[in-house]
Write a protein of this length. Structure first.
Length: 285
């Protein structure tokens, strides 16, 4: 299972990042979105990221131009037919993912490897919408994709050894470090991180400390690069709330249940950096 051509479903924050690292690693890369307008918007964001890498001395201009030359954007799923690997990075909704992969299954060559970048859904329930669940893995990248080194490679009960080996190999070719995770909701990182973030909200609700002091305590006391509330605002309170609900549905354990304050803030539109206000005030870009 040799991977030469990569397809990416979705050109939002995560999809654009995945496409960028694939193209920079030397792979011909095709990004698919739902409309020409969204394709152009996503590619513009991707080009901006490449330009910033040059400005910061992380990439030379010649390599940027080569990477850009390997990228293309499409609307038609059929344009992904000859891809060897397709990574899905669309909305975190099981029905949408299953529907998209079922349609893709009908047009992409039989030997291709399918992967989902889901952060909370199990891979098996997505893979079973296709006729190739043995060639389906999870590839969970982290934001910002061009910077973060980790990728969780998720192997299901059905994933073949060949598909798993190919996934590990391509992650390393992307310049990332793979870790293998079982197909449980949240995998490794979110299984540990989400309860920590929810506990921070509960601690604040209970008056343990202020937002600022809890953040400072975890930074200076535990050496974390940012405190839990800064991280919540960065990730998005709505994203965390949605993931927590999926994980609670899976495990039925209190530690995965979103606290009332988190739900109230999401309902009030205080989503973090993306909305200009979460646990902190932010200047919207």
């Amino acid at each position: 299972m040799k991977i030469r051509k990569v397809g990416v479903l979705g050109c939002g924050l995560m999809g654009a990042g995945i496409a960028e690292v694939a193209a920079r690693a030397g792979f011909e890369t095709v990004v698919r979105e739902v409309s020409e307008e969204v394709v152009e918007k996503g590619l513009a964001k991707l080009r901006g990221s490449l330009d910033k890498a040059v400005e910061r001395g992380k990439l030379d201009a010649a390599e940027r131009d080569k990477a850009w030359g390997r990228l293309s954007g499409v609307v038609d799923l059929g344009a992904l037919a000859e891809c060897d690997l397709i990574v899905e990075a669309i909305v975190e909704n099981l029905d949408e993912k299953r529907k998209t992969f079922a349609a893709l299954d009908a047009v992409v060559k039989e030997g291709a490897l399918f992967a989902s970048n889901t952060s909370s859904l199990t891979i098996t329930q997505i893979a079973m919408a296709t006729r190739r669940p043995d060639r389906f893995v999870g590839l969970h990248f982290f934001n910002p994709v061009p910077v973060m080194k980790l990728v969780e490679v998720v192997r299901t009960l059905i994933t073949s050894q060949e598909a798993y080996d190919a996934a590990i190999e391509v992650v390393r070719a992307f310049g990332k470090e793979p870790v293998t995770a079982r197909d449980n909701s949240g995998f490794i990182v979110n299984r540990l991180l989400v309860p920590y973030l929810l506990d921070a909200v509960r601690a604040y609700e209970e008056g343990v400390g202020s937002v600022e002091d809890i953040d400072k305590a975890m930074q200076l006391g535990c050496g974390y690069p940012m405190g839990p509330f800064t991280l919540l605002d960065f990730v998005g309170l709505d994203t965390t709330y949605y993931i927590a609900n999926i994980m609670f549905e899976e495990y039925r354990e209190k530690r995965f249940a979103p606290p009332p304050l988190l739900k109230q803030m999401v309902l009030a539109g205080r989503l973090g950096r993306k909305s200009g206000r979460g646990f902190y005030e932010h200047q919207r870009k």
